[in-house]
Design a protein around this ligand. Structure first.
Ligand code: UDP
Ligand code: MG
Length: 309
């Protein structure tokens, strides 16, 4: 009997877990000839998430769990789940019911019967989200699709169901700075997109502050394109060119009119402008170097403090 592994990263989800598991169990019972296992990954929650998960593991035979020693982030939690999953099919979903379990049968059908290796979900609306957040999200997708060869789908959720082949491909990428939205696209394979309307979370609140999302989007850009580096050199070259033209003009002026005392203001402007450009470019290079630094250290993605069995 084929096995479906469901990976659920949880960070401070104590209120959401009971309704989530009840709904998930209902859907699992309709799956027919596919067996399911649920792998909860407790990402260093500071509330009662772990005791709740332990309780669920006692209550349901299909539940397993992994608990981290601290908060390592959703990317690490998803990776841990993928590594622990033994299923022929593996799905990742949020614990807050924003990824409706009711879509699972359709996703499973796409991968089992319709020849896809990945079934992804897309929100068609961003209803219930602050408009400013939606605006920046849209800008981010525009920007990254402009500068990167890996094309991201706007509104795509992390809620995915993958075949074993696709999971192994994902796991073959050991990089430290994981940006899943890009990794899913990078591995290729045929993806079926299933659309649904945005659902608000059942309980608790979002863990993604604006600042956290901003850092995450920068990570995505640095991880999937080196265009900013090229941009930095281009900008440098442009400034050099402009500076050369100005120097020539100034020389001509000096030779013809001997008046080099003027222009102090423009000088200061140019110095300030150039220092700005230089700092900006050094900053871009610094971003890449800092990622290399983290990559080279080869630290583990997460540390497990406790797990079931
Ligand atoms: N999550 C996690 N570690 C974190 C932050 C979030 O495992 O550091 C989990 C969280 O418990 C949830 C999922 O990732 O299951 C998505 O988080 P959230 O619902 O806060 O994000 P949103 O849906 O608002 O984008
Ligand atoms: Mg959510």
């Amino acid at each position: 009997m084929p096995l479906l592994s469901l990976v659920v990263p949880c960070y401070n989800e104590q209120e959401a877990l009971y309704p989530f598991m009840a709904e998930l169990a209902r859907v699992i019972s309709t799956l027919g000839d596919v067996q399911a296992e649920v792998i909860f990954v407790n990402d260093g929650s500071s509330d009662n998430t772990l005791p709740v998960i332990r309780e669920l593991a006692d209550q349901y035979d299909c539940v397993r769990y992994i608990s981290f020693s601290r908060n390592f982030g959703k990317e690490s939690a998803m990776l841990a789940g993928f590594e622990a999953a033994g299923g022929d099919y593996v799905a990742v979903m949020d614990a807050d019911l924003q990824d409706p379990p009711a879509l699972l049968p359709e996703m499973l059908r796409a991968v089992r019967e319709e020849g896809f290796d990945c079934a992804g979900t897309r929100r068609t609306t961003r209803q219930g989200e602050p408009p400013i957040r939606s605006f920046f999200a849209r800008m981010f997708y525009r920007l990254i699709n402009m500068v990167s060869r890996t094309q991201l789908v706007d509104g795509a959720r992390d809620y995915k169901l993958l075949s074993r082949k696709a999971v192994d491909a994902l796991l073959s990428m050991p990089e430290y700075n994981r940006f899943s939205k890009g990794l899913y696209e990078w591995i290729g394979f045929r993806t079926k997109w299933i659309e649904f309307e945005n659902v608000e979370r059942v309980a608790g609140e979002t863990k993604w502050s604006f600042w956290r999302l901003f850092k995450y989007s920068l990570e995505g850009i640095v991880a999937f394109t080196t265009v900013p580096l090229a941009l930095a050199s281009l900008l440098g070259m442009l400034c050099m060119l402009v500076a050369l033209v100005i120097i020539v003009c100034l020389c001509v002026r000096q030779i013809l009119w001997h008046s080099s005392v003027d222009g102090w203001t423009s000088m200061v402007c140019i110095v300030v402008l150039l220092s700005g450009v230089q700092l900006f470019c050094v900053g871009i290079i610094g971003q890449y170097i800092s990622k290399m630094y983290l990559e080279i250290k080869r630290r583990p993605h997460y540390i497990i403090a406790e797990q079931s069995e």
